[in-house]
Design a protein around this ligand. Sequence first.
Ligand SMILES: *[C@@H]1O[C@H](CO)[C@@H](O)[C@H](O)[C@H]1NC(C)=O
Ligand SMILES: *[C@@H]1O[C@H](CO)[C@@H](O)[C@H](O)[C@H]1NC(C)=O
Ligand SMILES: *[C@@H]1O[C@H](CO)[C@@H](O)[C@H](O)[C@H]1NC(C)=O
Ligand SMILES: *[C@@H]1O[C@H](CO)[C@@H](O)[C@H](O)[C@H]1NC(C)=O
Ligand SMILES: *[C@@H]1O[C@H](CO)[C@@H](O)[C@H](O)[C@H]1NC(C)=O
Ligand SMILES: *[C@@H]1O[C@H](CO)[C@@H](O)[C@H](O)[C@H]1NC(C)=O
Ligand SMILES: *[C@@H]1O[C@H](CO)[C@@H](O)[C@H](O)[C@H]1NC(C)=O
Ligand SMILES: *[C@@H]1O[C@H](CO)[C@@H](O)[C@H](O)[C@H]1NC(C)=O
Ligand SMILES: *[C@@H]1O[C@H](CO)[C@@H](O)[C@H](O)[C@H]1NC(C)=O
Ligand SMILES: *[C@@H]1O[C@H](CO)[C@@H](O)[C@H](O)[C@H]1NC(C)=O
Length: 335
Amino acid sequence: MTIAFFSILLVLVLSAISVAASSPNRNGSDTDLATLLAFKAQFSDPLGVLAGNWTTSTSFCHWVGIRCSRRRQRVTALSLPDTPLYGPITPHLGNLSFLSVLSLNNTNITGSIPHDLGRLHRLEFLRLGYNGLSDSIPPTIGNLSRLQVLDLKLNLLSGSIPLELRNLYNLAYINLMKNSISGSIPTDMFNNTPMLTYLNFANNSLSGSIPSCVGSLPLLRNLIMHYNHLTGLVPPSIFNMSKLQGIYLTHNYLTGSFPTNASFNLPMLQIIAIGQNNFTSHVPLGLASCQYLKVISFSLNSFEGVVPTWLGKLTRLIWLAMGENGLFGSIPRAP
Ligand SMILES: *[C@@H]1O[C@H](CO)[C@@H](O)[C@H](O)[C@H]1NC(C)=O
Ligand SMILES: *[C@@H]1O[C@H](CO)[C@@H](O)[C@H](O)[C@H]1NC(C)=O
Ligand SMILES: *[C@@H]1O[C@H](CO)[C@@H](O)[C@H](O)[C@H]1NC(C)=O
Ligand SMILES: *[C@@H]1O[C@H](CO)[C@@H](O)[C@H](O)[C@H]1NC(C)=O
Ligand SMILES: *[C@@H]1O[C@H](CO)[C@@H](O)[C@H](O)[C@H]1NC(C)=O
Ligand SMILES: *[C@@H]1O[C@H](CO)[C@@H](O)[C@H](O)[C@H]1NC(C)=O
Ligand SMILES: *[C@@H]1O[C@H](CO)[C@@H](O)[C@H](O)[C@H]1NC(C)=O
Ligand SMILES: *[C@@H]1O[C@H](CO)[C@@H](O)[C@H](O)[C@H]1NC(C)=O
Ligand SMILES: *[C@@H]1O[C@H](CO)[C@@H](O)[C@H](O)[C@H]1NC(C)=O
Ligand SMILES: *[C@@H]1O[C@H](CO)[C@@H](O)[C@H](O)[C@H]1NC(C)=O
C-alpha cells in the first residue's frame, strides 16, 4: 500500500521534472532567447557581428546591442545602429514583451515593418531610419501607447499614414521624412498627441491640406512638411503657437494669405521657409515681432506690395530670400 503510494508519487515527480526540462518555453526568458535567435537567423550579417557574439555560450543579456531588465532576464533594449545586418526583421520580434527600445538605424534592413511590432506594448523608442524598408506603415503601430519616438526616415515606405497613429498619446517625435508616403494627413491625427515637439513628414508625396489640429499642439517646436503635394490654406492656428521655432513648408501647392498680426503670435520663431508655394498678399506684419527670426525664405510665391522696412529691424536675420514674387521697393538697411 505505502510502497504503491510512493511509487505513484515518484512517477508523478519524475514526469513533472521531465516536462519542465523538455518544455521549449519554461519562462519568458526562453522566449526572448528564441526570438533573438530567430531575429539573427534572418540576416546575412556580412561582418559577422552577430555570428561572432550572439552565441548561446553566454547569456543573451551580455550580447552586443542587448540590454536586460535587472530583476528578470528579459530584453528591454535591442540597439544595433550602424551595424550592417542586411535582411528582414522577423515578425517574432513581437514576442520580446519587455522591449522598450528598438534601434536599428542604418543597418540595411529590408522588407516590411512587421505588424507584430504592434504587440510590443512597452515600446518607447522605435528607430528604423536609414534603411530599405518598404510597404506601408502597419496600423498596429498605433497600439504602442507608450511610444515617444517614431523614426522611420529615409526608407522606401509607401501607402498612406495610418489613422491609428492618432492613438500615440505619448509621442514626442515623429519623423517620416524621405519615403514615398502618399494620401492625405488624417484630419484628427494630432488631437491626442499633446507631447509632440517634432513633426517631420518632408520629402514624401502627401496631398490634401495640413490639418488644423497641428496648430493646437502646445509643445510643437518644428513643423516640417517641405517637398510634398500639400494644397489649400495653412490653418491660421499654426500662426499662434507659443513654442514653434521652425516652419518648413517649401515646395508644396499651398495658397492664401497670412493672418493679420492681431492673431499672429510666434514668439519663438527662428526659421520660416515657405518658398515655392502660391502664398499671396503682403509679407505678414506679424513677423516684425519675431525677435529670434534668423531665416525668412519666401521665394517663388505671389507676395505683393512694398518690401517692408521693418525687416531691417530683425537683428538676428541672416538669410532673407524673397525673389520671384510681386514685391517692389528697396531693400531695408539694418539699423
Ligand atoms: C528563466 O530561465 C532561464 C534559463 O533559460 C534562467 O536563467 C532564469 O533564471 C529563469 N527565470 C525565472 C524567473 O525563472
Ligand atoms: C559580445 O559583445 C559584448 C559587448 O561588446 C562583449 O562584452 C562580449 O564579451 C562579447 N561576447 C563575445 C562572446 O564575444
Ligand atoms: C512568436 O511570434 C510569432 C509571430 O508573431 C508566433 O508565430 C510565435 O508563436 C511566437 N512564439 C512564441 C514562443 O511566443
Ligand atoms: C542614424 O544613422 C545615420 C547614419 O549613420 C546617422 O546620420 C543618424 O544620426 C542616425 N540617427 C540616429 C537617431 O541615431
Ligand atoms: C546600406 O545602407 C547604407 C546607408 O543607408 C547605404 O548607403 C548603402 O547603399 C546600403 N547598401 C546596400 C547594398 O543597400
Ligand atoms: C492592434 O491594432 C490593430 C489594428 O489597428 C487592432 O485591430 C488590434 O485590435 C490591436 N490590438 C490590441 C491588442 O490593441
Ligand atoms: C528633399 O527633396 C529635395 C528636392 O528634391 C532635396 O533637395 C532634398 O535633399 C531632399 N531631402 C532629403 C533628406 O533627401
Ligand atoms: C502689429 O505689429 C506691429 C509691429 O510689430 C506692432 O507695433 C503692433 O503693436 C502690432 N499690433 C497688434 C494688434 O498686435
Ligand atoms: C492663440 O492661442 C491662445 C492660446 O492657445 C488662445 O488663447 C488664443 O485664443 C489664440 N488666438 C487666436 C487669435 O487664435
Ligand atoms: C497663384 O495665385 C494667384 C492669385 O490667386 C493666381 O492668379 C495664380 O494663377 C496662382 N499661380 C499658380 C502658379 O498657381
